[in-house]
Ligand binder design. Structure first.
Ligand code: DX5
Ligand code: ZN
Length: 546
């Protein structure tokens, strides 16, 4: 069975995998953070959402296969497998130690070597270029036997220098292996340099197409694009497929990102708490399309997506629960066709229990209902429907509403909590400052009850209030007027992203200062911090560093 995680759950687990991987690498004092991070979403989608597999029965006959051909992403791979349930995640601390199952390069699992091999690993990697050929062997055998198993293979762009990759490319199309999917981690860096300088691979799309493969290209850090590509590929017959996943090596830790130095280097152990904080600080920007010029939602979705928005926030208003009416499920159904960007539906309607099915059918990824609009029984019913459909459930709470204690026992099944900072009904309202205390108080209750989901800020979020709600605990930022209130949507989103970066860096600097390593942190992060120096008040610190 596949684990089939919901969008926000998947997003969180991929983050957890990065956190585990970096702890393992720092503990070992060596390892490959770069490739572990560039392939984190790819491996997460495969193991948490797509592949048929059984962590309790790694050799299950009906499983899909994952061949990690590039292999350098081992720490990230181990982290994903442990989160999926193959081993206890504490074992990551044994990475690269003598006698550990977690060697620098993965070792194939076998029952005879239980203590020295890692359950779930199908292929011993490390020598580049071979895994695709192994995958062809498995895919061909399964096809000949009339079995349904699918084979997914991760290859690197540095690895693509190997001639064997191209021999395999020829063979896979000769045998019409439509049960084989290669995924190219196109991070543009190999070892200590850039691929296009060492051995140019472009035009890589044309190369694979010329070998008669079905080629799809995605942003390899967008979960929804990977999911979408994988399901489109399932319909292709008679050809193998390749997903060219455009990624950033080291993605997640800013000073490691796109820097060849971090291909195979461990961070100092003392940096780990700050790196973990950085990974947990990621901010998702969710433009609300009811704001600005009326209607023209299609254009608003497209422009926000192009400018790098993470989610689209859809405010459903029925004219009863709130004084205004916006749009309903049919509009969402239509918008679903134009983009795979996750849809974050916020239902401001009476009796949501009677309508939630429509929003499930419309293709929402997150559906949030108001505590004021349902009692516990109705909430449970809604929750069940959403979980069954694989949709992230959310709950929203108005500025004047007390946190209802009945929610506590349902926290495990709530992926997001919207804490309103205006009284819902209209975009463009003024942020209610008291909602900051409310948010901080709610976050305290949630943390003490071990809540793992996201906090979403909604209402009056702009370049000034963003940092405040971030400090109070919000990681998803709804922005209506701040995105669509003036014509240059692109600049508006860039501006919000900039403020998000300032908020994150401020927090990390504070943590570095508390941990007595301020100048050390600034030094390792120097190039990232120079453009923000004035806003962070660190011009002198930077000056002091040679
Ligand atoms: C309020 C809605 C919000 C709002 C956001 O009823 O739930 O999503 O429209 O818009 P701004 O950011 O303009 O407050
Ligand atoms: Zn909203």
């Amino acid at each position: 069975m596949a684990l089939k995680m919901r969008y926000l759950e998947l997003n969180r687990k991929v983050r957890d995998a990065r956190m585990l991987a970096i702890q393992g690498i720092a503990e070992a004092g060596s390892g490959h953070p770069g490739a572990s991070f560039s392939a984190a979403e790819i491996m997460g989608v495969l193991y948490f959402h797509k592949m048929k597999h059984r962590p309790s029965d790694p050799l299950w006959e009906e499983r899909d296969y994952f061949i990690n051909s590039k292999a350098h992403s081992a720490p990230g791979f181990y982290a994903v497998l442990s989160i999926a349930g193959y081993i206890d995640s504490k074992e990551i601390k044994t990475l690269r130690k003598l006698g550990s199952r977690l060697q620098g390069h993965p070792v194939r699992y076998s029952e005879r070597q239980k203590n020295h091999s890692f359950p779930g690993i199908e292929y011993s990697g490390g020598s580049e270029g071979i895994g695709l050929s192994v995958s062809i062997g498995i895919a061909l055998a399964k096809k000949r036997d009339g079995e349904k198993n699918r084979v997914y293979t991760l290859i690197g762009d540095g690895e693509s220098n190997e001639g064997q990759i191209w021999e395999a490319a020829m063979a896979a199309s000769k045998f019409r292996l439509d049960n084989l999917v290669a995924i190219l981690d196109r991070n543009m860096i190999q070892q200590d340099g850039f691929t296009e300088e060492i051995m140019p691979l472009d035009p890589v799309r044309d190369k694979w197409a010329a070998f008669n493969w079905n080629v799809v290209e995605v942003n390899g850090h967008k979960i929804e694009q990977i999911i979408d590509a994988l399901s489109r590929i399932e319909k292709v017959e008679d050809k193998p497929s390749i997903i060219i996943a455009n990624t950033t090596k080291g993605k997640g830790i800013k000073h490691m990102a796109n820097n060849p130095q971090w291909h195979g280097k461990a961070p100092p152990k003392k940096h780990v708490p700050i790196l973990l904080e950085e990974l947990q600080s990621e901010i998702l920007i969710a433009p609300s399309i009811i704001a600005g010029e009326p209607e023209n939602y299609e254009e608003k979705v497209r422009r926000a997506e192009r400018a790098g928005a993470d989610l689209i926030h859809l405010d459903i208003m029925d004219g009863k629960f709130v004084p205004t009416t916006s749009f309903f499920a049919d509009t969402i159904k239509h918008l679903r066709k134009i983009s795979s960007i996750p849809f974050d539906a916020h239902l401001m309607i009476e009796k949501p229990v009677n309508h939630v099915e429509d929003y499930i059918d419309a293709g929402c990824d997150i559906v949030t209902v108001h505590v004021e609009a349902c009692n516990e029984m109705e909430f449970v019913e809604i929750n069940k429907m959403l979980l069954k459909a694989g949709i992230s459930p959310g709950i929203a709470i108005n500025p004047g509403t007390q946190f209802p204690s009945w929610l506590i026992e349902h926290l495990d099944n709530i992926d997001v909590m919207i804490i309103m900072s205006v009284n819902p009904g209209f975009a463009g309202q003024k942020f209610i400052p008291e909602s900051l205390d409310k948010m901080a108080g709610t976050v305290k209750i949630l943390k003490s009850n071990n809540y793992k989901g996201f906090i979403e800020a909604d209402g009056g979020i702009d370049a000034t209030t963003l940092q405040q709600v971030f400090d109070a605990g919000a990681r998803i930022m709804v922005a209506g007027n701040a995105v669509y209130g003036s014509p240059d949507i692109n600049s508006n989103i860039i501006q919000l992203r900039h403020k998000a970066n300032v908020a994150i860096e401020t927090k990390l600097l504070e943590l570095a200062t508390i941990n007595d390593m301020r100048s050390d942190w600034i030094k390792s992060r120097k190039n990232m911090l120079i453009p923000l120096a004035r806003e962070l008040g660190i011009e002198e610190d930077l000056h002091a560093i040679k």
